[in-house]
Write a protein that binds this ligand. Structure first.
Ligand code: 13P
Length: 258
């Protein structure tokens, strides 16, 4: 069992990512990243932070030389540049040091009306810019209660695969974030999360064995160990707890101990 776990770990190195959402300031970026420097530098897992767009450049400069990747929370589905007021392109994100970008976070889908089709276009734009998309999928409480979880998640995956191709989807990172668990303090149980992660991997087919699938939704140090111990959970996408350096570094340590 330990040998199998070790083999999986080599292909799917655990990743813990902090989505700061619309939080922070210049002072916060400086203090927060400085507080993470020492605790995170000794870990063997992959770690990433997703600050608001205006602080990406500052964060990238501060993290230079440290093994922490930078990601953006969203990107434009348009070209590299042009008359698209207010938009930020994948090429610009790459230019300031991002290697990752969230695509289709549930807050983008529900608050800003991003459809599966828009999400698929953004996914392609991310790949074209040389960024690795972190595709967020997940069901609402109503959909879960109606027994539609796997169907909803499959439709979200299918919309991207249809436009981007299954190869690019399996080469990306997927984050399963049940909408009802985001910012509510209600985490999916490790069994509930494992069941959906396994379903996603099965949907992806043979190449899905290599795809990293993160869980997100009220992850904290108190529940991370159990979640990360499940075979198809390759790390976490952390919201609120990522804003507290002690909490975020504790979650990273727990992923490192798996
Ligand atoms: P919380 O951890 O605050 O529930 O947020 C999860 C999330 O949306 C990460 O993208």
């Amino acid at each position: 069992m330990a040998v199998i776990r070790e083999a999986v770990r080599v292909t799917r190195k655990p990743l813990v990512a902090g989505n700061w959402k619309m939080h922070g300031s210049r002072d916060f970026v400086a203090a927060h990243l400085q507080a993470l420097e020492a605790p995170l530098s000794e870990l063997a897992i992959d770690i990433a932070v997703f600050p608001p767009a205006v602080y990406l450049d500052l964060a990238a400069r501060q993290l230079a030389g440290l093994p922490v990747a930078i990601g953006a929370q969203d990107l434009s589905l348009e070209e590299d540049s042009g008359a698209f007021t207010g938009e930020v392109s994948g090429a610009m994100l790459k230019d300031v040091g991002c290697s990752l970008v969230l695509v289709g976070h549930s807050e983008r889908r529900t608050i800003y009306g991003e459809s599966n089709e828009t999400v698929a276009k953004k996914f392609v734009a991310a790949c074209s810019a040389g960024l690795t998309p972190v595709l967020c999928v997940g069901e609402t409480l109503e959909q879960r209660e109606a027994g539609e979880t796997q169907q909803v998640v499959s439709a979200q995956l299918q919309a991207v695969a249809a436009v981007a191709g299954l190869d690019r989807l399996t080469a990306s990172i997927i984050a399963y974030e049940p909408v009802w668990a985001i910012g509510t303090g209600k985490t999916a149980t490790p069994d509930q999360a494992q069941e959906v992660h396994q379903g996603i991997r099965h949907w992806l087919g043979a190449e899905g064995a290599k795809t990293r699938i993160l869980y997100g939704g009220s992850v904290k140090a108190a529940n991370a160990r159990e979640l990360f111990s499940r075979p198809d959970i390759d790390g976490g996408l952390i919201g609120g707890a990522a804003l507290v350096p002690e909490e975020f570094s504790a979650i990273c340590r727990l992923a490192d101990q798996q």
